[in-house]
Design a protein around this ligand. Structure first.
Ligand SMILES: Cc1ncc(COP(=O)(O)O)c(C=O)c1O
Length: 434
């Protein structure tokens, strides 16, 4: 099936008992066993079925199948949020003493997870100088357990060369884990280019309506865990917490995702509620259509900003002079993401006034909603940093991050135009302000 069809149908046939056409919300904690033997077989993972909703739930299971199919993977695990998905994705490959080598352009909280939180548990995030393959390769050693990248960085907007990163990771016997939240499987299928594991915040474009938190890990089924038994003993040695089960032997290509569920989801929770799974499924039905409109609107907004004298710069990778333009052609068929940054003339004060003057575009910290959204990092997300720290993080005083929605593009542009008018320094003061 193609994207549009998978987004609506994958993972569900009308329920055989009720003939319900919409995916039912199975709001239940537990599931009845036919017999003691049936219960035992479920607990031994010898038979398919549900036993307790912390481990799996029929509504959530449809969501998992749908996201897995959209990504072209063998299985998925849905969890409460994107951050929970990232946490499980990392600890499923790395134990104390292991390291994850990452590109530096990351969503702030993921940077904190790798740079501050996991290190307290003995797993170190190593940040490369850039997203270039040689910068990543320099940091890989015998304790590396994965290479990590956001396929499109938030908020930097950089586009990673997935094929090159996968080659580097595989040369050293480690998987490439990617966060495909901003690109979505509509713009990019990372497994087609060698990535092994994809992680999503379903909260963003996939859910698409700013109503529901959710996350997912998707397994390509292609990483050969058994071939790298020394680096990944957890997949290749008997697991004492599960009757001596050996994941690579029992689950073959699904070893990674089944271990994530059996070890981390089972013992740590972070469960997605069935209602939220239902809400996310509703959102996913229209993701292919929405992404088309997001992309189209963003291009028009970026072009409007670029020709406007009140705007100092626009960091939009769909422009032919962007260093990422060739990768946008190669990986996204020329469809640049609707997440980009720009700066208006007049520095911090002008940026802040612009931001405060928006009427249609919502001021917040979220991306990927049907609504157009704006963030002024210098006065919000990066406010606690010094000017120098902000500069290193890619945040200039005037930087505005936009996530362009699917409203009529003329309304979006009119809102930006009136906010620019309010924020712009009066003629004659422009040079002084600069
Ligand atoms: C690229 C990316 N990954 C992960 C997350 C975390 O997702 P969640 O808010 O669902 O935990 C975000 C949130 O903004 C994000 O932008």
């Amino acid at each position: 099936m193609r994207n549009e069809t998978m987004a609506i149908h994958a993972g569900y046939e009308p329920d055989p008992t009720t003939k319900s056409v919409a995916v039912p919300i199975y709001q239940t904690v537990a599931y009845a066993f036919d017999s003691a033997d049936h219960g035992a077989a479920l607990f031994n993972l010898e038979t398919e079925g549900f036993r307790y909703s912390r481990i799996a739930n029929p509504t959530t299971s449809v969501l998992e199948k749908r996201v897995a199919e959209l990504e072209g993977g063998v299985g998925a695990l849905a969890v409460a949020t994107g951050q929970a998905a990232l946490h499980f994705a990392f600890v499923n490959v790395a134990d104390t003493g292991g390291n994850i080598v990452s590109v530096p352009q990351l969503y702030g909280t993921t940077h904190t997870l790798l740079g501050h939180v996991l290190p307290r548990q003995g797993i170190v995030g190593r940040f490369a100088e850039s997203d270039q393959p040689d910068a990543i390769e320099k940091l890989i050693d015998e304790n590396t357990r994965a290479v990590f990248a956001e396929t499109i960085g938030n908020p930097a907007g950089n586009v990673c060369d997935i094929e090159a990163l996968a080659r580097v990771a595989h040369r050293h016997g480690v998987p490439l884990i990617v966060d495909n939240t901003v690109a979505t499987p509509i713009l990019l299928k990372p497994f087609d280019h060698g990535a092994d594991i994809a992680v999503h915040s379903l909260t963003k474009f996939l859910g698409g309506h700013g109503t529901t938190l959710g996350g997912a890990i998707v397994d390509s089924g292609r990483f050969p865990w058994a071939a790298h038994a020394d680096r990944f003993p957890a997949f290749n040695m008997p697991d004492a917490s599960y009757h001596g089960l050996i994941y690579a032997e029992r689950f073959g290509p699904k070893a990674y995702i089944e271990r994530a569920r059996s070890i981390y989801q089972r013992t740590m929770g972070s469960v997605l509620s069935p209602f939220n799974a239902f809400m996310l499924l509703q959102g996913i039905e229209t993701v292919a259509l929405r992404v088309e409109r997001h992309v189209e609107n963003a291009r028009k907004v970026a072009e409007f900003l670029r020709q406007d004298g009140r705007v100092a710069w626009v960091n939009y990778v769909g422009f032919a002079d962007s260093p990422y333009y060739p990768l946008v052609q190669k990986y996204f068929g020329g469809k640049a993401s609707s997440l980009f940054t720009f700066g208006i003339r007049g520095g911090h004060e002008a940026g802040k006034t612009f931001y405060d003057s928006l009427r249609l575009i919502t001021r917040l910290v979220n991306i990927g909603d049907a609504k157009s959204l704006a963030c002024h990092p210098a006065s919000t997300t990066h406010r606690q940093m010094s000017a120098e720290q902000q500069r290193v993080a890619g945040v200039l005083p005037e930087t505005i991050r936009l996530s362009i929605g699917i409203e009529h593009v003329s309304d979006i542009i009119e809102d930006i135009d009136q906010a620019l008018a309010r924020a712009s320094v009066r003629p004659g003061r422009l040079e002084a302000a600069e």
